[in-house]
Design a protein around this ligand. Structure first.
Ligand code: GRF
Length: 207
């Protein structure tokens, strides 16, 4: 069954494994999104090459060209997103702190995936911090992006056990596998629940 596909853009900074998962999902005619642009602030992001090989339109807008002016960089990004016809944005390892300009322009239409069960462990080094804290359950979250970092309404979560011999790398790999399933599932749910003003509730518990 084919559905109407909403044009979405993916923003990345690095390897792009979540972007790959979203690209694969969008290849399914019954998935309610198509990717109109993969954009990176890092011209050397391996994920850009991967997206190009998948036949997608890619663009690098290097934040270094804008010095300390975050908003000027975001305005260029915003123009590119708009010109590409994006109606929603998926941040997938986009390693930039956003200003109110971009979060405001895409409020309710910008999703992010974070490698912890928010609201615990916002920010970086989540797997190390989970191990240090001794939690027994860890995971990932897809949420709407708001001004506060990793603070927006939660759209979906996937949980994994923390096992006795885990290192940050082992735990991170277990979480990443779930990220690749969670992000497309939540995006599908999110797009089908439009209008998006009332965030969809979708909680998953994955073993
Ligand atoms: C993922 O762990 C994601 O949750 C976080 O950044 C990482 C990006 O990895 N926001 P990848 O580029 O998708 O492989």
């Amino acid at each position: 069954m084919s559905v109407e596909k909403t044009p979405i853009a993916i923003l990345i900074s690095g390897r792009g494994s979540n972007a790959t998962a979203l690209i694969r999902a969008c290849e399914d005619p019954s998935f309610p999104a198509r990717i109109c642009l993969v954009l990176s602030n890092n011209p050397d992001a391996p994920g850009l090459e991967m997206a190009k090989k998948a036949g997608l339109r890619t663009l690098a807008i290097n934040h270094r060209d804008f010095g300390k002016n975050r908003e000027a960089h975001e305005r260029a990004v915003h123009t590119a997103l708009t010109e590409a016809g994006a109606q929603a944005i998926c941040l997938a390892g986009y390693m930039r702190l956003l200003t109110p300009f971009l979060t405001g322009a895409w409020a309710g239409r910008m999703l992010n995936i974070h490698p912890s069960l928010l609201p615990v462990f916002p920010g970086l080094h989540t797997h190390e911090r989970a191990l240090q804290a001794g939690v027994r359950v860890h995971g990932c979250t897809v949420h709407l992006v708001t001004e506060g970092m990793d603070e927006g309404p939660i759209l979906g979560q996937a949980a994994v056990p923390v096992l006795p011999d885990d290192t940050a790398d082992i735990l991170g790999a277990r979480v990443l596998k779930q990220e690749h399933q969670l992000y497309p599932q939540v995006l599908r749910h999110f797009l089908l629940q439009r209008p998006v003003s009332a965030p969809a509730e979708c909680a998953l518990l994955v073993g």
